[in-house]
Design a protein around this ligand. Sequence first.
Ligand code: ACM
Length: 633
Amino acid sequence: MRKGIFIIAIMLMSISIMGQQQERNISIIPEPVSLLKKGGHFVLPDEVVISTPFAQGTYINSLLVEKLSTAPAKEVKLSSSAANAHIELLLNKITDKEIGREGYRLDVTPQKVVIKANEPAGLLYGVQTFFQLLPPQIESDKKKENVSWQIPVVEITDYPRVEWRGLMLDVSRHFFTVDEVKQFIDNMVRYKYNIFHWHLTDDEGWRIEIKSLPKLTQVGAWRTEQIGWFGSLSDPDPDAPKNYGGFYTQDEIGEVIAYAMERNVQVMPEIDVPGHSSAALAAYPELACFPESGDHFVRTGAPFLDWNTGGRPAAIYENTLCPANENVYEFMDKVITEVAALFPFEYIHTGGDEAPYTFWEKSPDIKKLMAREGIKDMAGVQSYFGKRVEQIILSKGKKMMGWDEILEGGITPTTALMSWRGIEHGIEASNSGHYVVMSPTNYVYIDYMQGDLSTEPRVYSSLRLNQTYQFDPIPEGANAKYILGGQANLWTEQIYNIRQVEYMVWPRGFAVAESLWSPKEKKDWNRFASKAEDHFARFDYARIKYSPAIYDPIVKVAKEGEKLMVTLTTEIEGLDIYASFDASTPDNFYPVYKEPLQVPKDAYVMRIITYRDGKPVGRLMSISAEELMKRAR
Ligand code: ACM
């Protein structure tokens, strides 16, 4: 009997040691400003009482009730009194200067969780951090058994580094429904993003109802469906049905804005002019310099711009509004009037990127405009257009933002800039007193491939997670006073559905969030990569897709004399790489990769896979010898 008790005691001890060993890492993304771990735990009871300053039905209340009752708790009660509360949300009576409008303090004791903030936005972010302290099963919408619903005793003080923390979604190249857009916004909120930049118009579709210009959506929202590699599709058959696309009614836009604002997300509309306007011209060809050409239709992804110019693209087909045409300003006035009335956000983005000069240069009307206004060149023509559009925007009580090309012909002091062709234009603009959002291709263009071409839909460039993580929204040389913040952009030429949207955003969206929110000195790649993996487990429960490209090796090929050499590295630590040239599928019984491999003369394919702790974690990559040779050039 005594022996039995002894064995039971040993078993209990080992279970408790196992429990300690299995203690989860604290993995908060973005990393808080300060986090003090104090020892001990708060355990979520079966019946949770939440004290809240908000009325019944308010978003934060509903979110807490939904999350806690679909996962751990049998019952969740809201109360206006702090007595008996397990979770207490407090709006400060006296402003806590350190944490500002969006910051919060989160104190966990063994008895309760207290979240304090100056504004509801701060409480929302405190609640997000609280969820991230809970086990990943909190993300499931089904009750999970055998989960220990405990969180460590911590004291967190947190607030953002920059105020503009944006994500852009292009809904023109492919259309996403209202529900999908809401889903996109919900995921932004998890990582404390607060600006949703809605790219609503482009060559491939006009997506916003403008009541005074009904053809924009009757004609401009619909095109022929084609699937393949965008930019190299075959020319669409003129008789093929134009039934692919869609648009948002103004009611739907209002619904999305309200949904976002409840979540502390402001929505910035983009109407991309004077370039990227094929869809508008399909509806109203009279806005082109050459209305009679018959070439104005909603583009599908077949070539219509020539990118091999070394600079601004040249147009094969006219896709620009004609700045010499007074009807264009009437059109812009109608569009901006309705957009300004619909969107409460202070900025309207009017694009300005990649406007080809090709058709302007051929236009007698543009020549007359230049003579009349004393304009020297095509950059001046675009600048003339931009300034007139800005006057319209200002007259509706809004401010204008544009892509960095608008700097070229000169802008007014009140125009704000989104720096996308690197950071230099943003640095320059900030030093001349323009407000700037940093959104450079080389760090935050999350439409680029995040892994090897052999595993990704083909895009013309790559951007690995570790490069995104190095994004600094306030780079050296910039005037910080004028840097509003930063933003990642998701262009959707090559993205056909919402699952692929998620795949492209995450985990790079984690990296951008941490770059925008956390103090620069708190950033640490190895720690971040490990946290990202913890968040993959959360996404598995939440059924959000993400890219596992961090587990795939980086393949570099070089010619050394007659030899073709392949060097393999990994973004994260602790992976073993196995490769074959004999077309078999390598596994962890193959020789582990140690040094560059020579491609055998007659090999026709290289296959590569990574393992961790004896289990495959990377995807099987197969790269033909021909492709390896091409990469070496
Ligand atoms: C852009 O990527 N064309 C702004």
